[in-house]
Ligand binder design. Structure first.
Ligand SMILES: Cc1cc2nc3c(=O)[nH]c(=O)nc-3n(C[C@H](O)[C@H](O)[C@H](O)COP(=O)(O)OP(=O)(O)OC[C@H]3O[C@@H](n4cnc5c(N)ncnc54)[C@H](O)[C@@H]3O)c2cc1C
Length: 449
């Protein structure tokens, strides 16, 4: 992985360095160096365009961020490649010679306090879960497409459930939270049937790149000209070109791919002229950024069970549970990471690291008794991150039509949006962001002629 070493070496001397050398002025500018922006820049370059990427942060990758936890690589945003069959990022990882570790979500341990649920109880939970999902499917077929139903009521209100033990019921609630609420970065009761029905089911294994997502980002950025620490403040589409105002000065290009998060568009952080058309404005209003955060803890030694991909304490009284994942195989050190969504994720945003670590440790101690002091802690706060403004997009309740397709339409013939929020098949994922970048590049290339 020489490309990564080159990138890091460059970073050390100058934060505004480009990853590739290009003297000529660009004819296309891509704003945002996440998966969408980097994919767009690569595709436009492949099509013979001179491309420059402007990135607000001093690093690439956006919501894919591999941080160092006392030297161990840990992803604080995206961690999995969801479904490797037909996934362009799996192909990219293979091409770059990256290794990955498969997560088998069925290999789990659920605890009520320190009592681990038995195999019999887990089978009962799974049977109810299948029932709940079948009810969801039936409800989806029965209801007109614009109907939004409270998910909890739809999924959890049926007679078989009443006969299950309180512990199995609680575990079912947790598994639905894990499968649905965590996936959409919200609380179960905030999600509509329509919202969770978006996108296609991933095919194949869910894997985590060994050493984190950074290897993929580096592979994608190889040879591209990227200006870091260059937040774009305003974009004006004129008759013959596009003017961009950044904190580093003003630039012009024939066309622009705007690959910043939905939250940044919602907040109006970049002044757009002309503003997006009615359909795009309605689409932005019909989507919202979910909340999800990660707490990563490095320990001096492992104290949790071997061979378990995930575990959780599901006792009553949680306000949005923490779900723990064993990251040892990809971090190369004893590391646990907890995911929290919705209210619990919001809570994390308002606490400092010490308070979050104490909360996480207390959760672990409910399951395992006294646990060692972590040697390092990292906490994400994506909602408070000015260049993300949340975790990823989801539909708000209501019938808003095909909102993501509306976002893909070029603005004034020279400006095209990209990002996970624009992809219809896999919104909220890295491969969705990547696909939207490729699609935006093609659209802009065609529009510019
Ligand atoms: C906690 C968490 C866990 C996740 N887990 C997974 C997972 O396991 N698998 C998965 O597939 N997906 C996961 N996701 C979602 C995934 O991270 C995103 O869908 C994807 O990374 C979005 O890519 P993007 O290119 O659309 O946006 P981003 O990655 O956010 O890129 C946008 C870029 O624009 C830049 N920018 C913002 N404002 C400006 C400006 N004014 N000027 C210039 N640049 C600007 C940002 O700094 C950023 O680099 C997770 C997300 C979170 C938060």
């Amino acid at each position: 992985m020489t490309s990564r070493r080159r990138l890091l070496a460059g970073l050390a001397v100058a934060p505004l360095v480009a990853t590739g050398a290009r003297a000529a002025e660009p004819d296309v500018i891509v704003v945002g160096a996440g998966f969408a922006g980097l994919a767009a820049a690569r595709e436009l370059t492949r099509r013979g365009r001179r491309v420059r990427v402007l990135e607000a942060r001093d690093r690439l990758g956006g919501r894919a961020h591999t941080a160092a936890l006392a030297g161990a690589p840990v992803d604080m945003g995206a961690a999995w490649i969801h479904g490797i069959d037909g996934n362009p990022l799996a192909a990219l990882a293979r091409e770059a010679g990256l290794r990955w570790h498969e997560t088998d979500f069925d290999r789990r341990a659920l605890f009520e306090g320190s009592e681990r649920l038995t195999a019999v109880e887990l089978r009962a939970v799974d049977a109810l879960r299948t029932g709940a999902l079948a009810r969801f499917d039936a409800a989806r077929r029965r209801l007109p497409p614009d109907t939004d139903a409270g998910l909890v009521a739809t999924l959890l209100g049926w007679p078989e459930l009443e006969r299950a033990s309180p512990r199995v019921r609680q575990a079912l609630r947790f598994e639905l939270h894990s499968e649905i609420a965590l996936e959409w970065a919200a609380d179960l009761d905030a999600l509509s049937l329509r919202a969770i029905d978006e996108g296609e089911n991933p095919r194949g294994a869910h894997v985590m790149p060994v050493g984190g997502y950074r290897g993929l980002i580096d592979a994608l950025a190889e040879g591209l000209e990227v200006r870091r620490s260059s937040p774009v403040l305003a974009i004006r589409v004129r008759d013959d070109d596009v003017e961009l105002r950044t904190t580093q000065g003003t630039l012009a290009a024939r066309g622009v791919v705007l690959a910043v998060p939905l939250g940044v568009l919602e907040a109006g952080d970049i002044a757009l002229e002309p503003s997006p058309g009615r359909r795009a404005r309605e689409a932005i209003a019909a989507l919202t950024m979910g909340r999800m955060n990660r707490i990563a803890l490095r320990f001096p030694r492992r104290f949790w069970p071997e061979g378990i991909a995930r575990f959780a304490e599901i006792g009553p009284g949680f306000d949005g549970p923490l779900e723990w994942f064993d990251l040892t195989p990809t971090a190369g050190a004893p590391v646990l990471a907890a995911l929290a969504s919705g209210r619990r994720a919001n809570l994390i945003e308002s606490e400092d690291d010490a308070a979050v670590a104490a909360l996480a440790r207390a959760d672990l101690e409910r399951m395992f008794g006294a646990v060692p002091e972590p040697t390092a802690v990292l906490v994400s706060r994506w909602g408070r991150d000015a260049f993300a403004r949340g975790a990823y997009s989801r539909r708000l309740p209501g019938d808003h039509g095909d909102v993501r397709a509306a976002l893909a339409e070029p603005i004034a013939g020279r400006l095209v949006l990209a990002g996970e929020h624009v992809d219809t098949a896999a919104p909220g994922t890295t491969h969705g962001a990547y696909r939207s970048g490729i699609a935006a590049a093609r659209r802009l290339d065609k529009a510019l002629g």
